[in-house]
Design a protein around this ligand. Structure first.
Ligand code: SF4
Length: 258
């Protein structure tokens, strides 16, 4: 398995609030990038020699190749899911629903399973709950497709019921490598089912808003957007959870959301 680049120059950082801080941040990033490229065998700033053709830096090329490899492996998984019959959910699906968004991200949302609209369109979170999730993502300062979104099970359970443990276990065949390929810095588990399958529900006590961990990745369990549509009074604690996620990602809250 090819890991994504760990180039420090590409890691997301907090947005500087002052021009001098911004300049210092740009200088620091440029220095990190130069050190990274030198470690890959590059000499000096790329393209600095007179007449040298403009080309991608070694760091950019390595990162691009790693991402292409990641996307190719995810496509193999998605193609496998499209014809999968590892559990009985295959019998009622219109199509499997693998993911939406980009694997080139630091943030992944994991939900429960596809509903009616998702089953019809082949994409996760495209119904009313998906629209609410999109607003939550926008409030966090991400573009709609700037995160990666998937579910515990890839096929719609009958009447939108919670996936059975056996179904979730069968579909871990896809979820586990999916998350390992994307390598997010934080996972948000949407709803108890997702939190349970990411092993982040304690035997007793509160589960929402309590940081867990899945294979070394911090997991924030919070309420599912479908639950928030029915119980909007819980939007505030969910927003607090998402702000905690931004803190771990070292990202500032967008000004309009403060
Ligand atoms: S839910 Fe997952 S394991 Fe079950 S049939 Fe669909 S893709 Fe296969």
């Amino acid at each position: 398995m090819t890991a994504k680049s760990t180039n420090p120059a590409y890691t997301r950082s907090a947005v500087p609030s002052e021009p001098e801080n911004e300049l210092a941040s740009v200088n620091a990033s440029a220095r990190e990038l130069l050190l990274w490229e030198e470690s890959l065998g590059a000499e000096g700033f790329p393209g600095s020699k007179p007449g040298a053709p403009q080309s991608r830096t070694a760091g950019e090329s390595a990162r691009s190749e790693a991402m292409e490899d990641c996307q190719a492996r995810l496509k193999v998984l998605a193609d496998d899911a499209a014809t999968c019959a590892r559990c009985d959910l295959s019998k009622g699906r219109t199509q499997s629903v693998f993911a939406r968004g980009t694997p080139d991200t630091d943030l992944v949302f994991v939900g429960e399973g596809p509903g009616y609209h998702e089953d019809q369109e082949g994409l996760p979170f495209v119904g009313r709950a998906g629209q609410l999730l999109d607003r939550m993502i926008a409030a966090m300062g991400y573009p709609r497709d700037g995160v990666y979104i998937c579910n515990v099970v890839k096929c719609r359970p009958p009447e939108n019921r919670t996936p059975l443990p056996s179904e979730a276990a069968a579909c871990a065949h896809f979820l586990v490598p999916q998350l390992e390929l994307v390598q997010p810095k934080v996972i948000v588990a949407l709803g108890r089912c997702a939190a349970e399958n990411l092993e982040c529900v304690p035997p007793a006590g509160r589960w929402r808003g309590v940081w867990g961990e899945w294979r070394g990745v911090p997991v924030m369990p919070t309420y599912h957007p479908a639950f928030l549509l029915r119980s909007p009074e819980f939007k505030k604690p969910v927003w607090e959870d998402l702000q905690a996620v931004l803190g771990v990602l070292n990202r500032e809250l967008p000004k309009r959301a403060r």
